[in-house]
Design a binder for this molecule. Structure first.
Ligand SMILES: Cc1cc2nc3c(=O)[nH]c(=O)nc-3n(C[C@H](O)[C@H](O)[C@H](O)COP(=O)(O)O)c2cc1C
Length: 363
C-alpha cells in the first residue's frame, strides 16, 4: 500500500517508536487562564495512536505569551495541568508527549503579557495586527533584551524543560520557527544586535545554540528537540541568507544527538531544499512537516521516509480533524475536513468532537 512506510517502527538511540506519524504543534487557545485542563487532556489522548504528540506552543514565561489562552509552563499549577494531560495520554498510548516551548518575543501584546512590553532581540516591531480581547490591535514596539537578560531568558527555557519532564512529558521542542523569539534571533531583519548575539551568522545563531546547550544540560539531548523553518515568511521574518545561517546552526546542533530536529518545509521561501540541507548536515532524527503551502501529502511523506530523506512526518490540520489519522492513512479511508472557524479558541466543538472512522461508519 502507498502509505506503508508510515507504519514501519523507528529506532534511534534507545528510542523505539511504533510508527512514523507525529502530531504537529497546533495552538488551539483552549487553556483558559493558561492552565492545561481536562478538555485538552481528552483532545491529546484521542490522538495517542501517533508515535509522538507535539503539544501546542507553550510559553516559558508570562512575557512570552502571544495569544489568548495559550498554556504556560512556568507555574506549579500549569505543571500540574500538564501532568494530567500526560496521564490521559499514557492511559490511551502509545504516543510519546513532547511540549513545544514557544516564547513569542515581539509577536505579542501587553494584553497577554500581563501588561509588560514584549521583548525581542532588537527594537523592530512586528508587522500587522493581533487579536486581543479588546479587538484587533497592531503589534507594539518590543523592548530589546539586554545582554545580561539573556541569561534570564535562557533560564526560563531551562525551567520549562525541567517542569515538562517533571510533569511526565518525554521532552520538549524548542520553537525556533515561524517568527517567534528564537527565530527572531536567527533572522537578519529582526536581529540588529551588536553585542555578540547578532551582526553575522555566528552571532545570530549564538543565542539559539546557547539555549539548546542549556536545555540539553538540564534534561539530556535525547529529550531535547528543536523546530526550524528557514526563511518562513510569517510574522515578518525575512532572512537574506538562510542557507548559511542554518548550515552553521546544524554544525552546532550536530554536537548533540537530539530527540529530533523538526523542519517545516519552507523550501519555497528559502529558495533551496531545506529538508535536504538538514539531512545532509544534521546526522540525527529528522521530522518534516509539509508546511502551510502543503508541498506534499501523506503519500509524499511515505515516499520521503521510504527513500530516507526524513525519518518521521508531522501532520497538523489533517490530525486536528481526524483523531484516528494513523488508522485512516493505513486504511486509505476518507478524512474529515478541518473547520477553520474553530481552530483558535472555543470549547469542545471543532476540538474533541471530530468523529473517528468507527463513529462515521457506524453512524
Ligand atoms: C490552528 C493552527 C495552529 C498552529 N499552531 C502552531 C504552534 O503552536 N506551533 C507551531 O510550531 N506551529 C503551529 N502551526 C503550524 C503547524 O504545526 C503546521 O506546520 C501547519 O499547520 C502545516 O502543516 P499541515 O498542512 O499538516 O497542517 C499551527 C497551525 C494551525 C493550522
Amino acid at each position: 500500500m502507498a502509505n506503508d512506510a508510515l507504519f514501519t517502527p523507528y529506532e534511534h538511540g534507545g528510542l523505539t517508536l511504533p510508527n512514523r506519524i507525529v502530531l504537529s504543534p497546533l495552538t488551539r487557545n483552549r487553556a483558559v487562564g493558561t492552565v492545561p485542563n481536562a478538555l485538552m487532556a481528552e483532545y491529546y489522548a484521542q490522538r495517542a495512536s501517533a508515535a509522538i504528540l507535539i503539544a501546542e506552543g507553550t510559553q516559558p514565561a508570562a512575557v512570552g505569551q502571544g495569544y489568548l489562552d495559550t498554556p504556560g509552563l512556568h507555574t506549579d499549577e500549569q505543571q500540574a495541568g500538564w501532568a494530567k494531560v500526560v496521564e490521559a495520554i499514557e492511559a490511551a498510548g502509545p504516543a510519546r508527549f513532547v511540549i513545544q516551548v514557544m516564547h513569542t518575543g515581539r509577536v505579542a501584546h501587553p494584553s497577554y503579557t500581563g501588561g509588560e512590553q514584549p521583548v525581542a532581540p532588537s527594537v523592530v516591531q512586528a508587522p500587522g495586527e493581533v487579536f486581543t480581547p479588546e479587538g484587533q490591535r497592531p503589534y507594539v514596539e518590543p523592548r530589546a533584551l539586554g545582554t545580561d537578560e539573556l541569561e534570564t531568558v535562557k533560564a526560563q527555557y531551562v525551567e520549562a524543560a525541567r517542569r515538562a519532564v517533571d510533569a511526565g512529558a518525554y521532552g520538549i521542542e524548542l520553537h525556533a520557527a515561524n517568527g517567534y523569539l528564537l527565530h527572531q534571533f536567527l533572522s537578519e531583519n529582526t536581529n540588529q544586535r551588536t553585542d555578540g548575539y547578532g551582526t553575522d551568522v555566528a552571532g545570530r545563531i549564538r543565542f539559539v545554540v546557547e539555549v539548546v546547550d542549556a536545555v540539553v544540560a538540564e534534561i539530556g539531548a535525547g529529550r531535547t528537540a528543536i523546530r526550524l523553518s528557514p526563511n518562513h515568511q510569517v510574522n515578518g521574518i525575512e532572512e537574506t541568507d538562510p542557507k548559511s545561517t542554518y548550515a552553521a546552526l546544524y554544525a552546532e546542533l550536530a554536537r548533540h544527538d537530539l530527540l529530533y530536529v523538526h523542519l517545516l518545509d519552507s523550501s519555497k521561501f528559502a529558495g533551496y531544499d531545506v529538508i535536504a540541507q538538514a539531512r545532509e548536515l544534521y546526522p540525527g532524527t529528522l521530522i518534516a512537516n509539509a508546511g502551510f503551502s502543503q508541498e506534499w501529502d501523506a503519500a509524499g511523506a511515505a515516499e520521503r521516509i521510504e527513500d530516507g530523506r526524513i525519518d518521521l512526518v508531522a501532520f497538523g490540520r489533517p490530525f486536528l480533524a481526524n483523531p484516528d489519522l494513523p488508522r485512516r492513512l493505513r486504511e486509505n479511508a476518507p478524512l474529515n475536513e478541518p473547520d477553520r472557524e474553530t481552530f483558535y479558541g472555543g470549547g469542545a466543538e471543532g476540538y474533541t468532537d471530530y468523529p473517528t472512522l468507527d463513529a462515521v461508519t457506524t453512524g
